[in-house]
Write a protein that binds this ligand. Sequence first.
Ligand code: FES
Length: 125
Amino acid sequence: MEEYSKEVIEHFLNPRNVGEIKDADGVGEVGNPVCGDIMRMYIKVKKDIITDVKFLTFGCGAAVATSSMVTEMIKGKSLEKAEEITNINVAEALGGLPPIKMHCSNLAQQCVKAAILDYRKKHEK
Ligand code: FES
């Protein structure tokens, strides 16, 4: 476990915002082509601000930690700002990821984008 930062291990052991939102305004689901892991993310949006977010993942420890971190990063942010977050930002916020695990951080960031896209499709003309 030495190659993982304290933050990654902490978020893996105590992931934030795990679960579903039944009346979500947007839902994103993505699969990681590298490993086949999948993730689903639910968002609530009010006046262009993400007021709540939850995720479920069938993925590795790095996927759990990055999704946990990304949910903390986007909560309270505007849709636009949330879309600007890159997987590198998420990995940095976690104190880095082993290079072999960087692909796992794509899942979290793409899932945010997919949830926002779904929200836009349903609520914007
Ligand atoms: Fe699949 Fe990390 S190994 S997301």
